[in-house]
Write a protein of this length. Structure first.
Length: 119
């Protein structure tokens, strides 16, 4: 058996292999952290760019999209998504009084029976 083969079988080689795995894990964790920092930096740049662009708009254009000049930064950083969810939700079923009023306006069966009763 050669010296190299004896070294590979020794405890020192096993410790070096363990060190290599630990180093690989550390390097992977470092790369993940760098990736997260880069993503956060890119997000901050996009937010700053959007705020800068919206501050250049006049009041009328801002009102067209439902913003006031003092709300630009708050809406860009933390938009209120509830208004989008409410708009996309199905409308609530009509109330009985509203349904009757709609039938009277459209000349539905209720309107006919009402006019027949009044005669």
């Amino acid at each position: 058996m050669s010296v190299f083969h004896r070294f590979l079988a020794s405890a020192a080689a096993k410790r070096l292999a363990g060190l290599g795995r630990a180093l690989a894990w550390l390097l992977a964790a470092l790369m993940r952290t760098i990736g997260r920092l880069a993503a956060a930096h890119a997000a901050r740049r996009r937010i700053k760019r959007a705020i800068h662009e919206l501050r250049r708009w006049d009041d009328r254009r801002l009102r067209d999209i439902g913003l006031h000049p003092m709300d630009i930064e708050r809406q860009v950083r933390a938009p209120d998504w509830s208004q989008h969810y409410e708009a996309s939700a199905e409308p609530a079923p009509p109330q009985p009084a509203a349904q009757a009023a709609n039938d009277n306006l459209s000349g539905g069966s209720d309107a006919r029976s009402y006019t027949a009763e009044r005669r």
